[in-house]
Every structure is written in structure tokens, then in C-alpha cells.
Ligand binder design. Sequence first.
Ligand code: BES
Ligand code: MN
Ligand code: ZN
Length: 484
Amino acid sequence: MKFTFAASPSSPDAIAFAVGKDELDNATLSLEQADMVRAAAKAARFEGKTGQTFQTFVTEAKSVVQVILTGIGKGERSDCEAAGGAVVAKLLTSGVKHLAIDNSGLDQDQLARLLFGAKLRSWRIDKYRTTMPEQNKPTLVEITVMDTGMESAEVWQDLSAVADGVALTRELVSEPANVIYPESFVERCKELEDMGVEFTVLGQEEMEKLGMGALLGVSQGSVRPPRLLAMRWDGTNGAQKKPLALVGKGVTFDTGGISLKPPAGMEDMKWDMGGAGAVAGTMKALAGRKARVHVVGVCGLVENMPDGNAQRPGDVVKSMSGQTIEVINTDAEGRLVLCDALHWTQETFEPEVVVNLATLTGAIIVSLGNEHAGCFSNDDDLSDNLLAAGKTAGDPLWRFPLSAAYDKQINSPIADMKNVGGKGAGSITAAQFLKRFIKDGVKWAHLDIAGMAWADKPGPVWDKGATGFGVRLLDQYVADHFEK
Ligand code: BES
Ligand code: MN
Ligand code: ZN
């Protein structure tokens, strides 16, 4: 989508106006037939509720144009984002090519949020469709904002960068596993180098030398070599000594390994790298808006396959931390990847705060459905701050408990721990496992995003498919706690 800025756009096919809840009578509609539009909208029960739209046609300067009213409810940030998303959802494949957005009644922040929602909602992946009927193809290519001051406004520049970060996450998550595997994931992220992000990439041999037996055990059944990717952005000129670390589970495909998953729905496991995808997208957002933060994003990238060389249930592996793990179930592989990625991150970067993201457990979907991601933390302030950022940004979290009683479920009769607990509390025992790899004094949160990385139905600012969950949340957390 191309965003342009002009006070009077040349011949748009459609013009959008934002209308607050019950504000139809007061809304400025600079149209020759404004009264008619108002009456028609009223007749169609348009009230300006968030996400509600009304479409009609009018004549303007002797030609026919479509008018779309979009409800912004109370005009809060999420309302405006949803209103921008709703306009794009309606017009994307409608035949309309050029949309003008009238900024009447919107302050600069509200307008920027509306554009942010529009930009987020316009992302889609059509590259693999070669026979799509003309009727279904996207037509909307340009949005002209009727406020020339907005183009260079910092608020829009920043939000546009965040939307670009979300787009990278969605791209990585949507791509099939024959296209995105550990090496190609790294390649796709390389664009961030041009933005000033410093890359470190570890291959198999380096990880062997470091003793990452847990991560490598997962990878050993795959012909795709693993990668550990670290991306560092310092927007503080060295002022922030200890970085914030973001660590993502990047299982580019999860068959379950020898503990093979059932076939129904297994294709979903192409997005088992959603945590790593969110880390990469967040790095792009932060570098793109030159955030004043020192942050490192680490992605543990492997493919979990069954094979003659795959690890077996009962195998004991040694993690980089020295702790040994009995692999009871090869499908509980995310924690095995993360434990080495987390340990290496703490050794290498000495972060003060570590946030890891992972599509870790099906159990979190049983608990929370597709409405919240689970948050597990050893620090109440960190948890509170993440929950607040998530609420503000539209990536909601819900906190779960950690305790010694859950922890003992993963004691093993042969090794330091096993990789699965008992029947209940599967998401919590997974978190307890990760916690065993967090050093004393490090503030840590684990976000289980298994229910949030992918959507079966469209949301306010995404279509069905990859949501980009985590990017807006982490960007907000950084803005609130590192840039203030
Ligand atoms: N990647 C899955 C979790 C998952 C499930 C993500 C559904 C997204 C949607 C994870 O690796 C896994 O297989 N977890 C097992 C753990 C079990 C073996 C203890 C699970 O949730 O069943
Ligand atoms: Mn698994
Ligand atoms: Zn998995």
C-alpha cells in the first residue's frame, strides 16, 4: 500500500470519513451531498460504533465517488486503529484503487492511529496464487491522506515503522516450511543489517563447541542445519549498558519428531517459529523507528523431524548450562531449543531483562483460547509492565503462576529434569522448565503465544492468518520503559 499526502487528492475512487459514536449529526462531511449521506447512514442504522462502516455513492464535481463512513466509537487509540482497518477490509478487493482519507474531526494522533490500522490491515500474501480470479485480486493500491502535515509527523513515521515490523513477522510466519527454514529465516532478516542492526549467526559446529546439546538434539533429525541468530540494536549510543533481550522459539516446522503429531492440522506447525518471527519483527520495528533502547533479539532456529538420526524418547541430552534433560516426548521440543538459546543469551549479552516468546504449548490454547497469550514471570513489575503494554497495544496477555509445586513435576529419575510434566498444567510446567535456565537476578518473562500467532478469522487489524502478535506489545513495552 502506498500512502501519499495531499490536501485535495486528485480523483480518488473513494473518500473515507471518521465518525464518532452518535456523532453523525455533528460530523464534518465536506461533500456536496453531505445531508443526503447523513440521512442514508442514519437510515442504515450507522451509529459510528467502532469498526462499523457505511458505504454509499455520491456525485462530487460531476463525477461519481464512493463515500465510506467509518466508526471510531469513543475515539480512543484502538478505536481509530480498528476504523482504519475496517475501511481497508471493505475496500481492499472492492475495485477501488485510490482512497482518500479526510482528517476532519481527528487530531494528529487519532489520524496516525487510523492510518496505522489501515496499513496493518492491508498486509496479505498472494505470491503463491497464480490463478486468482480478477474479482478476488486486491485493487486498493494508494491511500491519500488529506493532511499534508502528517507525512513528516513523527507519530506516523514511528507507527509506519512498527507496521513494517509486523509485516516482517507475518511474512516469516506465513511462509511455508519448504521456504522458511533456519538458514532462509536468517537470510530474510538480513535486510535489518542495512538499518544498523548487528548480526551474529552461529552454525551447527559453533553450537556443538558451546555444548548446546538440547537445541541440537531437536535439530538432529532434520537435513536442514540449525542456526542461532542474534540481532543487536543500540539506539542509546552505549548509554544503556545492559541490553533488553528478546528470545524467540524458531521451530520452522514441528512434526513432533519421533513422538509424531497426528496429521490433522499438522500444516499449522509451519508457524511454530512465531516467537522468533515476533522477535525479528520487533527488531525491525525498533530499528526502523530508531528507538532509544539497547536490545538484542535472539532466535533459536531448528526443524523438528522424525528420521533415522532423530532423537528418541528417553534420550538424555546435556544443555549448554550443564544441566541434563531426559527427553520424554520429542514433541516438547520448544523448551529444548529455548533453554540453550536463553542460556547463551545471558552468557553473551548479560541482559537485565529477558523476555522470551514461543508457540510453546497447546495447553495455553485450552486455557486462554485465541484471546490472550500466557505470561509467566519471576518478577511482578516486569509482568505488570508487559500486561499493561499488551493491553495498550492490542496484544493482550494474561498472567499465569509459577511455583515449586509445579516445578517438581519435571524432576527426572535419571537426569536433572525431564522435558514434560504430568497431565495437568502443561503450560506452567513448560514455563518451570525454562525458569531452570534463568540466572539469579535476571528479570525474566515467558510469553506463550501458541493461541495468538495465527488467526482463523479476521481481526480488527489483520486478516485471517498470521497476526504478527508480539511486535506491537514489545514496541510499546520499550516505548514505556526504556525511552521515557
Ligand atoms: N508447537 C507445539 C505447541 C503448539 C500447539 C503450538 C498448537 C501451536 C498450536 C509444541 O511444540 C508442542 O508440541 N507441545 C506439546 C507439548 C506436550 C508434548 C507436552 C503440546 O502442546 O501438545
Ligand atoms: Mn512440539
Ligand atoms: Zn513446537
